[in-house]
Write a protein that binds this ligand. Structure first.
Ligand code: C6P
Length: 409
């Protein structure tokens, strides 16, 4: 079945998502894709087929179901590779972006010590901050932060000053989960490469929303989660450039990641399997491949266009609410995370009042506490967009915010 119609048919897309078509849920307006997207039927069905048709472990059995499971699992790896412009061997399945970022950070920190610097941004999710903090404490390297400049975007002048000869790693998010800011990925990679520094890109909020191409970016590592791009929870990937992965020691030990084991010592399997100890999330990988298929059916360019249009509309509508402060770029290229505060209503109260009206948003610090401190706030209310959202969803949100204001008024 093809979902590609002249302009995309959002109603048809919505029909693919069980929770959106379940009338018993109404009112139900889902605006929390940045936390975790909804899952379309093709993904649920692909995972179901694994459990009903060929449920077996991978890389172990010689019987048909095990061979089918292995084939589907490795085909999923190839699908992910194609989606981001990589080779299949460069795709390591993980539990999600958090695990991927931890693995990349530990691997890169191996060679770092006092005098070396790792540069991240002030808007990072804790998943791309705490691993570096911990490793800096142990290894003695310095962690430096790129600040915000105008309109909640990175201060690139400061980036040019900060990324220098001591910089060994530049690790940053492509799109902010709080501000919706789209960071200048190519420019940051160029600054890092000019200093011979490694690059780690957190695309948790970009995957499924923007085109990704590790070959043209020429980055060293990239991390994403399946559940934010219409895939299942508990699965993600770490992309690592082949020589990087080959040079990196495995961090988890056990079955499947070895070549030869004696009582005294062990040798490692080839990449990517040396990083996948134990039985993997087979259904998750299959589901992730189906999610990529779902996005590709629509067409990533169409996704970008639809989300940009809706984000522009949402910004305009939000800014029409008296007393609403927006935390994020007010226009231009941006992602679908729309953070705001209204009067002095606490973000948790706002999220709760919206929830009572059937609107699903997130309130709080969004795992970005240093950013909140920088902004001088405890948190925001965040509405975030996915491919299934409509102008009606935005209208319902605006009405619900007015109602919350009235209750607090
Ligand atoms: N952000 C949010 O509500 P995991 O939890 O491993 O799938 O993803 C972590 C992560 C890493 N980077 C970015 C930019 C993210 O947005 C997230 C997850 C969710 O904003 C849950 S805290």
């Amino acid at each position: 079945m093809t979902l590609r119609i002249m302009a995309i048919d959002i109603q048809k897309i919505r029909g693919q998502f069980p929770t959106l078509v379940d009338a018993s849920r109404r009112p139900y307006v889902f605006l929390d894709t940045a936390a975790s997207s909804l899952t379309p039927r093709p993904v649920i069905e692909a995972m179901g087929r694994f459990y009903t048709d060929f449920r077996a472990n991978v890389h172990r059995g010689m019987y048909t179901d095990s061979l089918r499971a292995t084939e589907a699992y490795e085909a999923a790896r190839s699908k992910v590779a194609g989606f981001i412009g990589a080779e299949a061997e460069e795709i390591v399945f993980t539990r999600g972006a958090t695990e991927s970022l931890n693995v990349a950070a530990r691997g890169l920190a191996e060679g770092l010590g006092p005098g070396d610097e790792v540069v991240i941004t002030i808007m990072e999710h804790h998943a791309n901050l705490i691993p570096w903090q911990q490793l800096a404490d142990r290894s003695g390297f310095t962690l430096r932060f790129l600040p915000l400049g105008e309109d909640f975007r990175l201060d690139m002048e400061a980036a040019r000053q900060t990324i220098g000869p001591r910089t060994k790693v530049v690790a940053f998010m492509a799109v902010s989960n709080v501000l919706g800011t789209v960071n200048p990925t190519e420019e940051l990679i160029a600054l890092a490469k000019a200093q011979g520094a490694a690059t780690v890109i957190d695309v948790a909020q970009a995957a499924g929303h923007l085109p990704l191409d590790v070959t043209s970016w020429d980055c060293d590592f990239l991390a994403l989660s399946g559940h934010k791009m219409y895939g299942p929870t508990g699965i993600g990937i770490l992309y690592g450039k082949r020589p990087r992965l080959e040079a990196m020691e495995p961090q988890t030990f056990g079955g499947d990641m070895i070549l030869e084991v004696t009582k005294e010592r062990s040798t490692w399997n080839r990449i990517p399997w040396k990083f996948e100890a134990g039985t993997p999330h087979i259904a998750g990988a299959i589901g992730l491949a189906a999610a990529i298929g779902f996005v590709e059916e629509i067409g990533i360019e169409e996704v970008v266009r639809a989300e940009e249009r809706l984000a522009a509309h949402a910004l305009e509508r939000l800014q029409s609410v008296p007393g609403l402060r927006l935390y994020g770029p007010a226009g231009g290229v941006r992602g679908g995370a729309l953070s705001f505060a209204v009067d002095d209503i606490h973000p948790h109260d706002m999220a709760d009042l919206l929830s009572k009206q059937g609107i699903c948003v997130r309130g709080g610090h969004h795992c970005a506490m240093p950013l909140m401190r920088e902004l001088g706030i405890v948190g925001t209310t965040r509405a975030s967009l996915g491919i299934y959202n409509t102008e009606q969803d935005i209208e319902d949100l605006i009405q619900a915010i007015h109602e919350a204001k009235r209750i607090f008024g």
